[in-house]
Every structure is written in C-alpha cells, then in structure tokens.
Design a protein around this ligand. Sequence first.
Ligand SMILES: O=C(O)[C@H](O)COP(=O)(O)O
Ligand SMILES: [Mg+2]
Length: 409
Amino acid sequence: MKGIIFVIDGMGDRPMKELGDKTPLESANTPSMDKMVTEGITGIMDTIRPGVRPGSDTAHLTLLGYDPYEVYTGRGPFEAAGVDLDVEPGDIAFRCNFATADDDLTITDRRAGRINSRTDEIADTINQMKIDDNVEIIFKESDAHRGVLVLRGEGLSDKITDADPKHEGNKPKIVKPLDDSDEAKYTADVVNQFVNKSYEMLKDHPVNIERIENGEHPANIVLPRGVGAVPQITPFEEKYGLKGACVAETGLIQGIAKLAGMDIIHVPGATGGINTDIDSVHKHIIDTVKSDKYDFILVNVDGADEAGHDGDTIGKRDFIEKIDPIMKDLDAMDDIVLFVTADHSTPVSIMDHSGDPVPVFLKAPGLRVDDVTEYGERAAAKGGLCRIRGSDVIYIIRDLMNEMPKFGA
Ligand SMILES: O=C(O)[C@H](O)COP(=O)(O)O
Ligand SMILES: [Mg+2]
C-alpha cells in the first residue's frame, strides 16, 4: 500500500455569478474525480483550524503531520531549501518577490509580470551587493517571480517585519524590529538598505531594459518577506517509517519536503502556473507513484492557486479540468490510499487565501462509501468523512495503509 496526498493548491473557492452560482471546482468538468468521489468518501477540511487562513507552508507542514505552531520559523528557510541554498544556524532566510517599482518606489506589480526568464542574471547582480563587512548577501532565484535571500553574519535576528507591502500602489514597507534587541534593529536596517539598493542596482539592468522595450514589467526591485531562522524538523521517515517523495512545482513545497527528508522529483517544464507543462507533471506523478522506492508521495500542483491570486475565474476552472486525466490514471491503481485536497481556499473574489474549508476525497480499498457523486465544495460537505482537520490526514492515511500502531493493548 502506498499513501498519496495530492494537493491541488488553492483550489477551494466560493460560488460566483460568472459561473452560474458555482465555484470553479463545481463548474469544472471532472468526470474522473466525480467517479472517484462516487466510489470513495468525501468531506471538508479545515487545514489548520476553522477560520485560520493558512499559508501554503503551514498548510503543507500540517498535512505532513507537523505542528506548524511548533516547527514553523518562517517561510524563508523552506524557500531556501527548495533552491538548494543552505541555511546555517545564525543565518536568516527570506522569501523574496521580483517586483516592479516606479521612480518613487511605489510598487506597481508585486510579481514583475510573473517574470519567467533571466532571473538568474538579476540574481547575479544582487549577489554583488555590499551592505557592510559583517553581513554576507546570498541570493538565488526560484521559480517565476520568486527568489530567496539568505543573510549570513554575526548578530542577525529574525525578529523583524516584512518589506513586501502585499498590495500594489504602496511603497515597500519599512522593515521594523519586533523586539528591543540591537540584533533586530541592525537586521531591520540591513534589510531596508537591501530593498533600496536592489532598486538602484536593477533599474537600468540589461534584462529590465529589454523587458521595457518588449512592453513587459521590469523586475527592478526585490521585496523580502517571511523571514525565518533554520527550523528543526524530525524527518518524515523517522516519524512514520515511510520513505517519502515529493512531486511539486514550486520551491516552497519542494523545500518543505526536503527539510522533512523526502526525495524531490524534479519536473521539467513545471511552472507552477496555469501554463505549466501538465503532461510532464502527469508523467512524473505517475512514474513516482509506480516507483518501488517510495511508500508515501506528496503531490502539489499550483495553477489553481496562481489563478486565484490573479483573479482569473476561467483560468482556475480550466486548470482544475487539466488535473482530471491525472486522477484517471491514479484511479486505475488498486494498491493506493489517495487523499485529494486543497491546502487552503484561494477565492478568486479575494485574490488571496481564505479560511473557507476545502473539499477533500479519499480513494482506498475498504472505505465506507458515502452517497456523494460529485467533487465540489458543497457536495463534499455532505460526505462521510464529515469535517476534519489537516492534522488528521496523516493518521487517516496511515490507518488505511495498515501502518498505524494500536493505541493501547
Ligand atoms: O505563489 C506564491 O508563491 C504564493 O503562494 C503567493 O505569493 P505572491 O503573492 O508573492 O505571488
Ligand atoms: Mg497554497
């Protein structure tokens, strides 16, 4: 028996007039998932707890059986692991966005047109930045508009705020210390200098001159957020005795799996967007599930979340439809316990994560099948799994895999 958690990132949503009072999932044509739901059991899930808006990081940690209130130190170190940057004790790491700023540093696009090429050249320039002799700047591009900053040196602190203003039309936030320590004050000052210097170094960068000539948004500023020191995570295999692999598109999810000791399966052509090479994603998921090497596989596809963040209703619905053929192949396998879910809702109307519970279903041998015949937020709420929490998932899967020790004699 193999366990699989298949996360359709940000899939949960709310009914929309544009879709005839349906959600993107309810409106999507998903014959394979509907068949699996008919033969399986459904429910809804509060990934962390009702009303809590999960980040993808805290959500995935929870699904893997870690308590984010214990192990989560910030998003940065997971993003760093995802691009193979070491974060050592004493370092602090940030998730960054390549963004577009105008002359007075007002952010006009937090994702620089979802830039998807030559960010390595921009990273090379950022790596030449000097702030003072005490602190080393280590920067690496991740997928699309994402990047990672690691600061290394004496006397740094992760007790500081973010620079990313989170909404266009604002200037970068002035980073502030969160406690009275000299370390936090110093680190905040370093990060503020980093943001300003990134604009100075990038505004006339050849990559950006070319982007402007092509009518694209330049990546002329770097916005750090999600600061964190290195987290302590018990390896997944040590915790559960299951050898794990992760097939994911984005550095964040790969980084979480890597820090949990799982093997990372790289997917050529995966962009994390609705334009991803879905055939390549499909092939790598199925090959990994079929491989004898693994007992447990974490899958994450990210396009529905990106479409939610972009306010793209039709893109979100159509991306969900693209997942259905992958499910058809998983449906043909007998020896799996498959848990399909979103990590959180990203309603198109909000363009960000919400606390709405997400629809889930289970395919496994021996289930107490319910009456639900369609995969959707409201249909799933009528299913036999009822309303669960994300922290329940790894227990439910291990039980159905016959891997759970008995509690008691
Ligand atoms: O896509 C991501 O990395 C995040 O989930 C959203 O981050 P962004 O708003 O910076 O794109
Ligand atoms: Mg997510």
